[in-house]
Design a protein around this ligand. Structure first.
Ligand code: F6R
Length: 243
């Protein structure tokens, strides 16, 4: 079942998303939370940190798994998703140091790393709740529009436009990662609950095509229509093309 919650703006989206995550964590304090990077979840993480600081939320028994990571970056690199997660959430709450997992960008053998990560998430029993942002083209994780849905964790080649967009964060274009690891569509769909957050008019087309159009690998997030428990928290701008 797909439920859409329309909110006013980014702030309200962050509040509502944090509330839904907190409900899951309180119901299963030793469960598995699936997390995402990007600009959309930063406000949600801020709210979760506030809830931890006020004593409302406890992360001490929780395990987290992240959707994706650049291949070729170590955790010390400030462009890695490992770094992002520590800076925006992990360093500010009482998660155990050994209870947060991301694909390891420093591993040389891509095939082995994908297999290891998929097994790891599977052995944890998959996520109780997976948080997702959505790309302007409807991507989730690094699952880009394609002719097929890739099922398990895999390594993707970044498109020239992504490399070009990312180069401002690096000293030179040759430092920009060319590849990334991402959970597959199947890995994501195994989550018991999926929470999609979207804010801004930039996401309006993706939101419309993902949740109000046909299910197709050309719009990867559209597969979520087949999931039994999806909540989309989107602001008015992100819903401006959907009725
Ligand atoms: C991040 C991720 C991506 C983003 C998407 C939206 O881990 O997997 O799919 O969720 O690119 O990014 P923002 O939130 O920056 O618009």
């Amino acid at each position: 079942m797909l439920k859409i919650i329309k909110v006013k703006n980014y702030e309200e989206m962050s509040k509502e998303a944090a509330k839904i995550i907190a409900e899951t964590v309180k119901a299963r304090p030793n469960g598995v939370l699936g997390l995402a990077t990007g600009s959309t979840p930063i406000g949600t993480y801020r709210k979760l940190i506030d809830m931890y600081e006020s004593g409302e939320l406890d992360f001490s028994e929780l395990t987290t798994v992240n959707l994706d990571e650049y291949r070729g970056l170590t955790g010390e690199n400030d462009q890695s998703y490992y770094y992002f997660m520590h800076k925006n959430l992990f360093d500010h709450v009482n998660l155990r140091k050994d209870a947060s997992f991301l694909p390891d960008g420093s591993k040389a053998n891509a095939q082995e790393e994908c297999k290891r990560y998929e097994e790891l998430v599977k052995n944890l029993g998959y996520a109780d709740l997976q948080l997702l942002g959505i790309g302007r083209n409807g991507h989730i994780g690094f699952n880009e529009p394609s002719d097929v849905f890739e099922v398990t964790t895999h390594c993707v080649k970044l498109t020239d436009s992504t490399i070009d967009a990312n180069k401002r964060f690096f000293e030179s274009e040759s430092d920009v990662p060319r590849e990334a690891y991402t959970m597959g569509i199947g890995t994501i769909m195994h989550a018991r609950k999926i929470l999609v957050i979207a804010s801004g008019v930039d996401k309006a087309l993706a939101v419309r095509d993902s949740f109000f159009g046909p299910v197709t690998p050309k719009v990867p997030a559209s597969i979520l229509q087949f999931h039994q428990d999806v909540v989309v928290v989107a602001d008015e701008a992100a819903l401006s093309l959907s009725n």
